[in-house]
Structures are given as C-alpha cells and as structure tokens.
Design a protein. Structure first.
Length: 194
C-alpha cells in the first residue's frame, strides 16, 4: 500500500518531469543544451523528464538556473485570476537526503516570477550547502528560532532569532545551524528582472 509520502513524491516527480520538458521545449533546448548550461548530465535530465528518478534539491536548483526560471516554477502552479491560496497541508516539503534540512514554500508557485518565500528548518548542528543561483539573484534570510550561520563565499554571518541578513545568492552559500536545537528561518529569494 502506498503511503502519503510516496504518493506525494510520485506526484512531485510527475510535476517536475512535465514542467522540465515543457520549459526546455519552450526554449527550443535539447537535453544536451540544458545539460551544458545546468551542469546536470543528459542522462539525469532524461530520467527526470521520463519520471524514472526524482531530482534532489541541488539538482532542481541547477536545472532552474539552466532554464533561467525561479526554482518554484519547477514545482508547477495552480494559479487563478482572483487569487491563489497555498494551504500548509498542500505545500510540497522538500527534504535533504539525510532528513536534517527541509524547505517548504510559503507562497503559491507562480505568484511572481521575481520573488519566492520559503520556510527553512535545520536540525541541531546540521548544514545545507547551496550552489550559486542565477546571476543577480539575492536572498534575505530571517531567523525565527534558534541560531544560524550563513556562509557566503569566504564570509560568515552569525544570526540569532530576530536577526536577518541579505546577500548575493549568485555564489555558493550555506545555511548552518550552530545551536543544539532546531533552527527555523524564512528565506526570501529575489530574482533579477529581465
């Protein structure tokens, strides 16, 4: 019998695979073209499009950068003209392979092509590394509870609950929980306007 998590994962893989194919074809890109600009192998891209594998968060970021779209657009959207509600229970939570990091969108995907909002949760002493986002991308991180260190290049920012930092996210960066309990933060990603 399928569990809720496995059904949710299958639905996510389906949406990402379809969205990847649609976005790639809309740009007249071959799998080889997208592989070159994203750094994700042609074989991996094909596996994702045909729903034979589910991409990690890191791979999804690389694909989004390669396509030149916000990360959340890979998750699909169900937008209406009058407004869109994202219920907590409907938000697709993404977890790191070790389960010590998770991110949950806090606004419906497709709300705006320039801004995304996420809740980040890091277990005690956990860290999550992020590859560089598209050129010109910025992030604002607001710590809600616990303590975090945000490492951007060679610079580190130590933050406590209520502190925030804005930084260029078009370079490698990491979120590090420096405390003995879970840390939570809101993360705003701002993409450059074309």
């Amino acid at each position: 019998m399928a569990t809720g998590d496995s059904v949710g994962a299958a639905d996510l893989a389906r949406r990402i695979g379809q969205r990847l194919r649609d976005e790639r074809q809309a740009r007249n890109m071959s799998l080889d073209d997208l592989s070159r600009v994203s750094g994700v192998s042609r074989a991996a891209l094909s596996q994702i499009e045909t729903r034979k594998s589910s991409p990690s968060m890191s791979v999804m970021w690389k694909i989004a950068v390669g396509l030149g779209i916000p990360f959340a657009e890979l998750l699909g959207s169900g937008e209406s003209d009058s407004g869109t509600v994202l219920r907590r229970a409907d938000a697709q939570v993404l977890r790191s392979p070790d389960g010590r990091f998770e991110t949950r969108p806090l606004m419906p995907s497709g709300t705006t092509p320039w801004v995304e909002l996420y809740e980040l949760r890091l277990s005690a002493r956990a860290q999550q590394r992020s590859d560089a986002h598209a050129p010109g991308t910025r992030e604002v991180l607001v710590v809600l509870s616990g303590s975090m260190r945000v490492a951007v290049g060679e610079t580190g920012f130590d933050l406590e609950a209520g502190d925030s930092v804005a930084f260029r996210a078009d370079q490698a960066h990491a979120y590090i929980n420096t405390g003995a309990s879970e840390a939570r933060a809101h993360n705003v990603i701002v993409y450059p306007r074309a």
